[in-house]
Design a binder for this molecule. Structure first.
Ligand code: GMT
Length: 385
């Protein structure tokens, strides 16, 4: 048992199970807490995609969705609230840690009211904000009051970067105390080396391979990646691997129109990302909004430098000139020029990659961040009644 709490905790985690940084962080956190001997109960509509449900101390509780004809829109919040009450009661949860205010904090608060009514002991609710719940949904006047309420009525609230904390305070005009606990990545060693990984992708040893991993949502500005690649067209040895956690079909036409099928390699829905990152030379991330940027951290964790946009929480994850380089959103020429410069200067690239890996280990590793969450749980259990 960890020294951070003498008592084994029963922890409920509510998260989105689909491909996305928040689900990855919630899954890693649950797994890290379970490794320390705590009992962790995941609650969602599907098992989170990177969750090993066979890991000791982990259980998964599925929310069953209904499709009554009466409802034009099937509702998730209500069955989620009912499932939370059931799990909280059966497993005597101490903490209920919800990732994303909408609809998870809302369901947690409804569950708390039901539990109070039924005289069932209810856990302390902690809400972790991940980004779009504030930067997108929080600005929607039809959702803002429910998000604000979810945050203000939670026992504890954390944000994944200082930038997101500040955005939340500004968007919601709330004085609720928000603590920053950064995201983290649990390193998994690749089962193949760089050459083997490249061979499987049809990439030559002499090629310079760029890497982008994301869910391909609009905020990632995928067309900027193609613009960068078209600026590098006279350098056919520069290629780009896109690990697509979303549907790439919408972009296929653009790739074909630009005649870049040989330079842009798409691999869909990969679970063993480590076996692909190992093939790459440099990460490229062109988002117009990013409260943290898990793909950037994952890339850095494997000793790869990153070029990214200077927005949101990205400058908190990477250091300009030390672990990679930052550019204004849309500055595709800046990206392209730096790629050429680094492709020709392997020793600089190597040093940036080493710095990136060190920063990932020192600040954003499982060892560091799971302890921070445990300390936070302990504090909330003492302070919040
Ligand atoms: O918008 C997304 O990319 C999905 C969302 C998620 O659920 O993963 O991402 C947000 O949370 C991640 C984990 O905390 C952050 O790394 C991403 O930066 C954040 N996305 C945005 O802020 C756009």
């Amino acid at each position: 048992m960890s020294d951070f709490t003498e008592k084994k905790l029963n922890i409920g985690i509510v998260c989105y199970p689909s491909v996305g940084g928040s689900g990855i962080v919630a899954t890693q956190l649950g797994s890290g807490l379970a490794e320390l001997g705590h009992d962790v109960h995941f609650i969602s509509y599907d098992p989170p995609f990177r969750l090993n449900i066979k890991q000791p101390n982990i259980s998964f509780h599925q929310v069953e969705l209904n499709a009554y004809e009466l409802f034009k829109f099937p509702d998730y919040t209500l069955p989620l609230a009912v499932k939370i009450v059931e799990v909280a009661n059966k497993f005597k949860l101490d903490i209920l840690h919800v990732h994303y205010a909408v609809p998870h904090a809302t369901a947690a608060l409804l569950a708390k009211s039901i539990a109070n009514e039924q005289k069932i002991r209810f856990p302390h609710i902690i809400t972790t904000l991940h980004g779009t719940d504030i930067t997108l949904l929080g600005r929607d006047k039809n959702l803002m009051p429910v998000i604000k309420y979810g945050i203000e009525a939670s026992c504890g609230v954390t944000a994944v970067s200082q930038n997101l904390k500040e955005d939340t305070e500004e968007v919601l005009k709330s004085n609720k105390k928000i603590d920053v606990i950064y995201n983290f990545y649990k390193l998994i060693l690749p089962s193949r080396n760089k050459l083997e990984a490249r061979e499987s992708l049809g990439i030559k040893e002499s090629d310079f391979l760029l890497l982008h991993m994301s869910n391909l949502r609009k905020v990632k500005r995928i067309p900027d990646l193609f613009e960068i690649m078209s600026k590098l067209k006279n350098q056919p040895n520069i290629k780009m691997l896109i690990l697509a956690g979303g549907n790439f079909d919408q972009y296929q036409d653009q790739v074909e129109k630009l005649g870049m099928e040989r330079q842009v390699i798409i691999v869909n829905n990969v679970l063993d990302i480590e076996n692909y990152i190992v093939a790459a030379d440099l990460g490229v991330y062109t988002s117009e909004e990013e409260s943290f940027g898990m793909g950037i951290l994952e890339t850095m964790s494997y000793g790869k430098a990153v070029l990214a946009t200077n927005i949101g929480g990205i400058p908190e994850v990477m250091v300009d000139g030390e672990t990679g380089f930052l550019f204004a959103v849309g500055d595709t020429s800046g990206f392209a020029e730096k790629i050429i410069e680094l492709a020709e200067n392997k020793s600089v690239l190597q040093k940036l990659g080493e710095n990136a890996q060190k920063r990932a280990e020192d600040k954003f590793s499982q060892e560091v961040v799971v302890k921070q969450y445990l300390e936070y749980y302990k504090k909330i259990m003492i302070e919040c009644n």
